[in-house]
Design a protein around this ligand. Structure first.
Ligand SMILES: C[S@@+](CC[C@H](N)C(=O)[O-])C[C@H]1O[C@@H](n2cnc3c(N)ncnc32)[C@H](O)[C@@H]1O
Length: 329
């Protein structure tokens, strides 16, 4: 079991498969100049599957989410999914992706055992997409989303970050579009995890702003607290149902008390939180032929260092050295 000193038990593992991405979202990565992880430092497919096996078989992980960087850029993704799906017990498996290339791979990923996808999309306007991601790939994302839904990787969730002056007027349009396409929309507050360290609290669009904007067009009724559980998104029933909209208020209403996550970076470091400033190395043990029990023990010990909260509210808050793309969002 992966229990921390506050009694929280991690059952949800986020695995970053690469720090590379084919977009350059302004709130995440600089246009150029970001140093990539060195190839020899990246875990191999076999090493990733071994760590996930230990996590699922010995440490109580029952949900695995692949992320990055952009996980679809990892050539071995389908094979990794297939091998994880064969584990006993079989964990729930999902993918957080920008959707580019999903049009070609959604069916194969489902056949390999993937259960669900979250696709990130911030705007319905191609020119705003280009301004926010510095790439002309809007249409590819829309096609990827449709392919995921058609392949049955459902519920397809759409993750949206609103940025002032760029797409902050789009919340109601995005919700109407998501409902029409049977996607579940979730807004994520912008967090201080960009490589450029450009985040400013007084510049960010808050959950409160998002709800005010949505309520200009929709009636929102809060879903019961018990339905949230450890899920980061607070959800609202839209116009009486059945559709829902979520808001992940990581900054203004953090959900740390119910956190059930542990993270693995693409170079084999355990992180107990997105905002952790310390990591625990598993790669060295992996590569020095440590037995599974030893690796499980290192992972368990790492969890004892998990802090009560993200520390965002503390004036002495320090942004982690690694940007979101290298942690695995
Ligand atoms: C880092 S990406 C990695 C997975 C994949 N490339 C994708 O686009 O979903 C995961 C999620 O983190 C979000 N994200 C990145 N930087 C963020 C930030 N500074 N604040 C809030 N969310 C952020 C992205 O919008 C995306 O939804």
């Amino acid at each position: 079991m992966l229990i921390d000193t506050f009694g929280r038990v991690a059952t949800d593992l986020r695995v970053s498969l690469t720090d590379r991405c084919n977009l350059r979202c302004t709130y995440c990565m600089p246009e150029e100049g970001l140093q990539w992880l060195a190839k020899p430092d990246l875990l191999t497919d076999d090493e990733i599957v071994r760590l996930i096996t230990i996590a699922v078989r010995d440490l109580g992980i029952d949900e695995v989410r692949f992320t990055g960087g952009e996980p679809l850029l990892r050539p071995g993704l389908t094979g990794i999914v297939e091998r994880v799906a064969a584990l006993d017990p079989r964990p729930q498996m999902s993918l957080t992706t920008n959707g580019i290339g999903l049009q070609r791979t959604a069916a194969a990923l489902r056949d390999a055992g993937l259960d669900r996808v979250n696709v990130s999309l911030d705007t319905l306007r191609p020119e705003v997409f280009q301004a926010m991601t510095r790439r002309k790939r809007h249409e590819d994302v829309l096609r990827g989303l449709e392919a995921a839904r058609d392949a049955g990787l459902t519920p397809v969730k759409v993750n949206t970050v609103l940025m002032p002056g760029l797409n902050d007027d789009e919340a109601p349009d995005l919700l109407a579009w998501a409902i029409a396409h049977d996607y579940e929309l979730r807004f994520i507050e912008q967090m201080p995890l960009d490589a450029q360290h450009g985040w400013k609290r007084d510049g960010m669009i808050t959950a409160g702003d998002i709800l005010t904007s949505l309520r200009t067009r929709f009636t929102l009724t809060p879903e019961g607290q018990e339905e949230r559980g450890s899920a980061p998104a607070e959800r609202w029933i839209v116009d009486g149902g059945p559709h829902r909209v979520g808001v992940i208020a990581s900054v203004t209403r953090p959900f740390c008390r119910a956190c059930d996550r542990t993270r693995l970076t693409a170079d084999g470091q355990v992180r107990t939180c997105l905002f952790a400033t310390e990591e625990t190395d598993l790669r060295t043990a992996l590569r020095s032929d440590a037995p599974d029990e030893e690796i499980a023990r290192i992972w368990q010990t790492a969890m004892w260092g998990k802090k009560a909260g993200s520390g965002l509210d503390d004036p002495s808050f320090l942004q982690p050295e690694r940007p979101m793309s290298a942690i695995g969002g």
